[in-house]
Design a protein around this ligand. Structure first.
Ligand code: AMP
Length: 223
């Protein structure tokens, strides 16, 4: 089972990925995380990558595909949960070819729908634990950490991502509108697109995803 989470910035891809991963045996691949790791390299490449990501623009397809292929070459678990990839039609077509070579295909694309104003509010309050990756929001009640700026799970400090500010959000949202939104039609044509309301709580959002996955597994069973 290969899944894509498709969403504008701060719609809850990372949060839903974490819940999905804990519920099913999925191989979570966040190209944002892979690129952030690569951007920490002390080299001209690392510095250039960091600068592009902090600006809110998309990284070039060549770089993203290189980083992704490096990861896929090492993996044997083809229950992929792709978070942040593909981001445009070229990447989607390349992914189809990569999967075809491994006798795999995309089974589900969950489109997480949230209004732009809600996304902006979410982004300015988003905090992450640098140590364990847990996600919080200091402006939204159920997502606030118990103690200010400290991770509830591991006690390490929380940080704001450098690209989580209003100016960068507008650029990232624009990239989503122009580059990523055409994927909706692309995956609709493949019959694998499912729209999810992600403006509600993470638990309620996940319930919608789970319902679709469970419904399909029951259908498979009956057949
Ligand atoms: P994310 O963590 O998914 O929000 O991604 C953070 C940043 O990483 C994006 O704003 C892009 O600069 C870069 N990035 C992540 N995934 C991709 C991708 N598939 N294609 C191009 N750039 C990407």
């Amino acid at each position: 089972m290969n899944i894509i989470l498709l969403a504008p910035p701060a719609a809850g891809k990372g949060t839903q990925a974490e819940i999905l991963m804990n519920t099913y045996n999925l191989n979570h691949i966040s190209t944002g995380d892979l690129l952030r790791k690569a951007s920490q390299e002390e080299s001209a490449f690392g510095r250039e990558l960091k600068q592009i990501m902090e600006s809110g623009n998309l990284v070039s397809d060549d770089i993203v595909l290189e980083v992704l292929n490096r990861y896929l070459d090492q993996t044997t678990n083809f229950n992929l949960l792709l978070d942040g990839f593909p981001r445009n039609i070229y990447q989607a077509k390349t992914l189809d070819k990569i999967l075809e070579k491994k006798s795999q295909k995309i089974d589900y694309v969950f489109l997480l729908n949230v209004e732009k104003e809600i996304l902006l509010n979410r982004i300015v309050g988003r905090r992450l634990c640098k140590s364990c990756g847990a996600i919080y929001n200091v402006g939204i009640d159920p997502l606030k950490p118990k103690v200010d700026s400290i991770c509830d799970k591991c006690g390490n400090p929380l940080i704001a991502r450098k690209d989580d500010n209003e100016k960068t959000f507008q650029i990232r949202y624009q990239e989503y509108e122009t580059q990523t939104k055409p994927l909706i039609q692309y995956y609709q044509n493949q019959g694998v697109l499912y729209e999810i309301d992600s403006s509600i709580s993470k638990e309620e959002t996940f319930k919608q995803i789970e319902l679709i996955l469970k419904k399909d597994s029951q259908t498979d069973y009956k057949n």
